[in-house]
Design a protein around this ligand. Sequence first.
Ligand code: PHE
Length: 447
Amino acid sequence: MAVASSDRGAWNSKLGFILAAAGSAVGLGNIWGFPTKVATEGGAAYLLIYLLCTFLIGFPVMVAELSIGRKSGKNPVGAFKALTTNKFFPLVGLWGVICGVMILSFYTVIAGWAFGYAFEEIFYFLGWQAGADWLTDTGNGFKNALIAAVFMMATIRIISGGVSEGIERATKTMMPLLIGIIVIMTIYVLFQPGAMDGVREYLLPDFSRINPTLIFSAMGQAFFSLSLGMGALITYGSYLNKKENIPQAAAFVTVADVGIAFLAGLLIIPALYVAQAAGIEIFVGDQLASSTNLVFQILPALFHTIGGAVGLILGVVFFLLLSIAALTSTISLLEVPVAYVIDEHNVPRKKAAWGVGLGILVITLVVSFQTSLIGTFDYIFNNLGLPIGGVLICVFIAFVWKTDSALDEMESGFEGVKKSLFGKVWPIFIKFICPAAILYNIISNFI
Ligand code: PHE
């Protein structure tokens, strides 16, 4: 079922693709998800396992997804159909589409919180406490729904316009600025009383905290943060030019993603201890007082203690950047089901974007009023759903499409890949190490 190629689109340049993929990877997962999980699930021990999962499991799977995408030129369902006659694997693609839909439904609510906080900073500065309190109330269903809906509309508009323009441009300016502001704030925090307790918690691992639950969670977080396991990078790979070097692009995206998550942790974990030292109730006993909205309590508190015009500017710019980072991720989440509808059901892009987007918005509205669903959805579709997708992608390449065919695809853009060290090691990871590690982690978590 061919669709006018203009409806599929393509990246404008090499940098364009890398920016878009990095834009997909860098988002709430780095700045909200990762620090929250470090704080609640094991400090430096969590960081260590997360890094191992990212480089040893995530990176090889990212190369796999991009190869499948570029070879087939299709959405996740169409990609498996194009590469095998086996009837099972298109269902793996469909599972990815479902995970994308469900993750987007709650992601938008959290993105709405981030966006709301940019205005909270302004209201706080102007002394309009009632307005500021309204925006900080993450339990206010009506407010959540309103801002999430605005966010979803923005995502739909960009997606209905096609893949390259907006995403490439937004990411190019956002990423360096975001890094800059996190670095400035980290330096500020590290000089406050209590910060060193946080640095120790973040960087000195207590190995006794490593257990199957922690490993399972860190693995899910690695998949989520790298946008893996649901075909987002199959889809983005399908717009990728044959001249590009896939392993190199994947390496860049992985390092950018981990780098920003690491920095965010270095800011937020010490900030928790600084806030604690300043008398804000962060821990009750050794448990955190709250988790889903932890980062959204700590960061504004930080901007408020900096205070004045500097606090205001840092706060507003930070939350706007975080919103843009979230937007470049929601774009990739929505692009997966939209590409599926365009390719497989022959629907024009505009119609597909609005139909699918508004459909997901209905779930988002439910989550807005029932925020406890965030944890549930996160567990099922992220912690569990993405690694399952990842393992099936490995199985597909190892036993159906074959690692050799994937390497053939990589040859274009990376001549001699088969003879390179990468070409020798990557198949071992895809055939043995990644699937075994993922399955082992999932199973041991449940036993
Ligand atoms: N990687 C994004 C983040 O860290 C979330 C995401 C997950 C995007 C899966 C696309 C696919 O915020």
